[in-house]
Write a new protein. Structure first.
Length: 695
């Protein structure tokens, strides 16, 4: 009944299918303890010694086939258990040797007998020498070298952790990797440091095992002689022959697996992470160069010609190296020919070409498509005027806004009309236009009453009425008051207008990082630890993008970074930080829209409307639809009035209302600038030309 309950527990409430492997560790510990305490028969010793040898070979082969150290991250723990297993077998075999050694050479099992007689020829003196040599190789060469490498590796892994973590954070902030991949890479860096730290300590297991093997052998020999002579009345020579051979066999059975596992430890810590395992690395790097084999064959061949040397052996190896070099050289030529044929086949049979990542092209940030009639204007070999104008516009844009816009990728498009062009940002069309060849564009600035002969059109940048005229009529149009421009100037003006209108879309995370790198060259201390120590690249990019969207230059990066560094510890919201940065840039913003020191003419808000908007901001952050329409109509009238008196389109509002009104009015009036009362310098007189919200 109890048995049935145990089986039921294991099958239902306890271990499920596939979970029995968690018992491996506890069972191994119990096995090790039982071997130390309980006497084992000779057959069981044979089984465990064979298992120990097989386990050590498995560990070595797994180490040889790993491509990264973390592929065998359990190695330090495996090394501990293997060492404990080997020492427990030493204890168990020593007990059997001392108890039953007088009965014959097979008293401790066939494995110990074979190692004691067959491997060393039954000569205990040779056995002692071989055993000591194995211990010296294990202790002084392999274990000592592997331990030193593990110690240095642990130190370098710990020292390199901050740099690796910063590199992961930089890739994350730059958008090159996702959050999940960043977590996985951070965990891998931590595991690698833990592994090398564990290996630094685990190497001491093998070192202690070698010392323990020497002590156990000495103690067992002395104890065996005493037991054989004193207790069993054996002659000293017979006791020495019996017990020393058994002890040597026992020591060799333990030291050979120990040497194998020490080699595995050395393989693990000395390997360099790559896409190949150790065997592939050694073969590919040792025998990849046929010239090296030829030179080696020459040296060996010259040595083989010296009288008194083993000529046959040396010349045999010379022939083998020459054949190996010829075979490797032939394989390289075959591979080259095969790859050339493959390329030729792919080139001549397009239907067999498979799609690859080379077929995927990243969209250009800023692009222009032109019809074939406009190609001479953008062809560098034909000294196209438009290219020079675009370069000048990019330079002027950088000086105005404070960052370098992306280069313009110009390409022809046969689907367009011959003299048509289109402008794109990130693949989306933002504007288009068309010229009339060999004509000039006469633009009516709004105050010309007389008409002029030509093809009526609309100026693409500002939507002004215009006329395409002949070159002979250019002077007459200028006398009448028209603004006359050539076709390249018209396209460049349109391009410049769109560039400023969509400036915020041109500042991506990559451009933000490049801007920081540029600032770091001039002010390294200011930028040091700014990203990500003070603020993330994402938040900083959002702040700069909003400043540009509201027509604020970011040239004064010193003030922007200092303001963010001062307030970021207490404020993480990007829009709150944006408001603080705008206040810090108040003098620049004021001078941008109101040069000089005179009075400034702005549009204002009625007190009642301001109070109503503040209440709406506290409650829902939304403006009631009827009120929104009323505000839009009055802003439109106010802008016309500002334009009539030659004042800039600036609306001055309470600091708290500025973000909401800016976001609300910008889609309807892109030319409108919403300023906060805290952004205006104190020494300027403010005049309200009109108020929004007055009935």
């Amino acid at each position: 009944m109890i048995k049935n309950k145990i089986v039921s527990f294991l099958s239902t409430n306890g271990l499920k299918k596939g979970h029995y492997q968690i018992l491996a560790g506890p069972l191994l510990i119990l096995l090790i303890l039982s071997m130390m305490v309980l006497p084992l028969p000779a057959f069981m010793l044979d089984l465990f010694f064979t298992f120990n040898i097989a386990l050590s070979i498995i560990i070595l082969i797994v180490a040889l086939f790993t491509k990264r150290v973390l592929d065998f991250a359990a190695f330090p723990t495996v090394l501990l258990f293997a060492t404990l297993l080997r020492l427990s077998l030493n204890v168990a075999s020593t007990r059997v040797v001392l108890l039953k050694g007088h009965t014959g050479s097979n008293a401790a099992g066939r494995v110990i007998e074979a190692f004691g007689h067959f491997l060393v020829g039954g000569n205990f003196a040779i056995g002692i020498v071989v055993f000591i040599i194995l211990v010296i190789i294990n202790f002084m060469v392999i274990t000592k070298g592997a331990g030193r490498i593990a110690e240095v590796g642990a130190r370098f892994a710990l020292d390199g952790m901050p740099g690796k973590q910063m590199a992961i954070d930089a890739d994350l902030n730059a958008g090159l990797i996702g959050e999940d991949e960043a977590k996985a890479r951070r965990a891998e860096v931590t595991q690698e440091a833990d592994f090398y730290g564990s290996m630094d300590g685990a190497s001491k297991f093998v070192r202690g095992d070698a010392i323990a093997g020497l002590l156990i052998m000495a103690i067992t020999i002395i104890g065996g002689l005493l037991v054989g002579v004193v207790q069993h009345g054996m002659a000293l020579a017979d006791a020495g022959q019996t017990y020393v051979l058994l002890t040597i066999g026992d020591g060799l059975v333990a030291q050979i697996p120990s040497l194998i596992i020490s080699t595995a430890a050395g393989v693990i810590v000395t390997r360099v992470t790559s896409q190949e395992n150790i065997s592939e690395q050694m073969l590919n790097q040792l025998f990849k160069n046929p010239q090296v084999l030829i030179l080696t064959a020459v040296v060996i061949g010259l040595l083989g010609l010296i009288p008194g040397m083993p000529n046959l052996v040396f010349l045999l190896f010379t022939a083998i190296l020459i054949l190996l070099s010829w075979w490797i050289n032939k394989q390289k030529k075959n591979d080259t020919t095969a790859s050339t044929k493959q390329v030729d086949t792919q080139a001549t049979t397009p239907s067999n070409i498979e799609a690859s990542w080379s077929d995927v092209s990243i969209e250009d940030i800023l692009a222009m498509e032109v019809g074939y009639g406009l190609i001479p204007m953008v062809d560098q070999t034909q000294n196209g005027e438009l290219l020079g104008r675009i370069r000048s516009l990019r330079k002027k844009f950088a000086q105005t806004f404070g960052f370098l816009p992306p280069q313009v990728h110009i390409r022809d498009n046969l689907s367009l009309a011959p003299y048509q062009y289109k402008l794109f940002i990130k693949g989306g069309e933002i504007g288009k236009g068309e010229i009339v060849n060999n004509k000039w564009l006469a633009i009516n600035p709004g105050n010309v009453a007389e008409t002029i002969d030509g093809i009526a059109t609309t100026e693409p940048a500002f939507g002004l009425p215009a006329v395409w005229i002949d070159a002979s009529n250019k002077e007459n149009a200028q006398i009448l008051g028209y603004t006359v421009v050539d076709t390249s100037t018209m396209i460049a003006t349109h391009f410049n207008h769109l560039l400023q209108q969509f400036a915020s879309d041109l500042l991506g995370r990559v451009e933000t990082q490049e801007l920081l790198d540029h600032v770091k060259q001039d002010i390294p201390k200011l930028v040091e630890d700014f990203i990500p120590g003070v603020i993330t690249l994402t938040t900083f990019h959002k702040i700069l993008q909003n400043l540009i969207a509201e027509k604020v230059s970011i040239r004064d990066m010193r003030t922007i970074i200092e303001t963010i560094s001062e307030h970021a510890p207490n404020q993480n919201d990007a829009y709150q930080l944006l408001s603080l940065v705008r206040i810090a840039l108040g003098r620049v913003i004021t001078q941008q829209w109101f040069p000089g020191n005179g009075a400034i003419n702005v549009i204002g808000l009625n007190v009642n409307l301001e109070r109503l908007l503040l209440q709406a901001l506290q409650n829902t952050s939304n403006v009631e639809p009827g009120l929104a329409d009323h505000i839009i109509q009055q802003v439109k009238q106010a802008l016309n009035q500002q334009d009539a008196i030659g004042a800039p389109p600036v609306l001055l509002v309470n600091h708290t209302l500025r973000p909401m009104l800016s976001q609300f009015l910008r889609p309807h009036f892109p030319q409108l600038v919403v300023l906060s009362n805290l952004e205006i310098t104190d020494n300027r007189e403010i005049k309200m030309t009109c108020q929004i919200g007055v009935e």
